[in-house]
Design a protein around this ligand. Structure first.
Ligand code: GRF
Length: 196
């Protein structure tokens, strides 16, 4: 069994896609060994509990309040994954950048899901920024990618899978978001099938 951890910050719909794929047999040999959330109220935590997956709530704020460096948080995060014998970490809506302190301890078996194509719209709000660019006539598409995370770069690294998503004239942001999320839910599972 390959033990993976899914790191989340919120809704956890991509986590759900992974859990469903494990249940349906679409990810043979993969076990979701742990879900880590940096937000206590993340719906993804509920999803993990429902699936019988251990969860860890691991916020950054106490480190900041104690004046401890970010590297401490990242090293401790890596230690938690080690304790659960996690072999791969999947960032599915994880809203923190991992620093070298994490990689030094955990290694580089890390995947990230991002709702944009490589080199386009890194960081938060990627779907809205692509949508706005389309309204200005600067683009007619965006996309989804899953890539390896080799270092501290934001939404950058060797691409495992990518898929273009058209932005239709006159469509709402909500419509684009819904179509992108549907692609994400499929692509994250396909990427895990490919890599693991
Ligand atoms: C996804 O769009 C993911 O690509 C981005 O954050 C969102 C998380 O959604 N990085 P969810 O929590 O999996 O529903």
């Amino acid at each position: 069994m390959t033990r993976i951890a899914v790191l989340i910050s919120g809704h956890g719909s991509n986590l759900q896609a992974i859990l469903d794929a494990v249940t349906s047999g679409a990810l043979p040999g993969v076990e979701v060994a742990l879900v880590v959330s940096n937000r206590r109220d993340a719906l993804g935590i509920e999803r993990a509990i429902r699936a019988g997956v251990p969860t860890v709530y691991f916020p950054l704020a106490p480190y900041r309040q104690a004046g401890r460096p970010r590297t401490d948080y990242d090293a401790d995060l890596a230690a938690i994954l080690h304790a659960f014998r996690v072999q791969w970490a999947v960032l599915a809506g994880w809203m923190h950048i991992l620093s070298e302190a994490f990689f030094a301890r955990f290694g580089r078996n890390v995947l990230n899901l991002h709702p944009a194509l490589p080199g386009q719209f890194p960081g938060t709000g990627a779907i809205a920024r692509a949508y706005e660019a389309a309204q200005r006539g600067e683009t007619d598409h965006t996309g989804v990618m899953v890539h390896k995370v080799p270092d501290e770069g934001v939404d950058a690294g060797p691409v495992i899978l990518q898929e273009e998503v058209p932005i239709y004239p006159g469509e709402s942001l909500a419509s684009l978001e819904a179509r992108i999320h549907a692609v994400e839910h499929r692509l994250i599972v396909e990427a895990l099938q490919k890599v693991l």
